[in-house]
Design a protein around this ligand. Sequence first.
Ligand code: HEC
Length: 373
Amino acid sequence: MDISAWLKSLEDTGFATGVRHSLYLFPFLESVHVMALSVVFGTVMVVDLRMLGLASIRRPFTRMATELLKITWGAFAVAALTGAMMFMTNARVYAANTSFRVKMLLLVLAAINMAVFHLTAGKPEAVRRWDTAPSGPGPAKAAGALSLILWVAIIVAGRVIGFTTTGKEAKEAPPPAQNFDDFLSGAPGDSAPVPAPAATPQSDSTANAKTSDLTIKIIMDTMVDPSGDFLFESVADISDDRGVTHKAPRTAQEWDAVRHHLQVLIDAQPLLIAPGRRAANPTDRSANPAVENQPEEVQKLLDAQHADFVQRADRLRQAAASGLKAVDAQDKDALLVSITAIDKACESCHLHYWYPKDKRAHQAAKEEGGIIE
Ligand code: HEC
């Protein structure tokens, strides 16, 4: 099995999938990891400073080192375990991430530094000579200083991993290029390179909504709402007097239909946020003005808070993208989670822009949870 297949198999374990679908598990693992690492760093730092003659200089080195390093190793085991668990959730992305690689290299260097110290100035018979001295000899000081530098660097690299991997997904490699003759004869692509397909040009309607007469209302009516309705209907737990029935796609065609409607929601996002996109036509009137904003009121909010609108539209896109992953895995539970997130993304945006005066809707959102008002 090659490495990337092995990494993918880690991502596909039930554990990794469960963590990815949970709102709380990853932050929990990350918190434990950070706490354990703080203990490792804190205890290692005290020992290093002792060797440098900068802290605890009146305590014998062996006594404090044996006491503290027990805690260090316990905490290190917890950090390594939680680290491995987080790695599994997105193994291919982490393995390819430069900061992750740097962090692993630094950990190896810290281990080598520690091993060299224990074989030289840190040997029991060598330590006896400086155990009660205020600082270690030159090599011990060098090991202490190097250890401090390496651990600070490990923490920095770890923090950068978080910034550079968030929201990344591993992509499958494209199939090897074939030309049409090979395709007909069934032969694999020969050495003649086949030019990659040209990138699809940015569609004009997304580049400039002013040239398109679509409004947000029309995009809602023709794309977002029909696809949303299809999705809400496709997966559900229905409870009636016959008990609870789980409704979910079964055949390949049903899964494909779900995929297409998720794709519509993803593709609607750039249309919704295109610069110059109007909420509705001036002649459109709200049927329920007591709670709904009129188009011009929606427009005023949109103009004042475009970044917020972009963020809410992106939540819809992300929820739909997570649905695509669930479809790929034919995972009904994960699909239900994604479709619930889609529902909440619709409601979040509507509560803010469309019917902010609707007290009952705000109350319901509070009770349901996960909706940003
Ligand atoms: C990023 C914001 C945003 C998201 C996400 C969003 N909508 Fe909307 N939607 C709006 C706005 C704004 C309006 C009101 C437009 C107007 O009439 O001025 C609207 C209006 C509607 C309407 C009424 C259209 C009409 O004819 O008056 C429907 C139905 C609708 N949305 C369905 C959905 C569904 C279903 C989803 C989720 C799958 C969704 N929307 C997600 C912003 C959003």
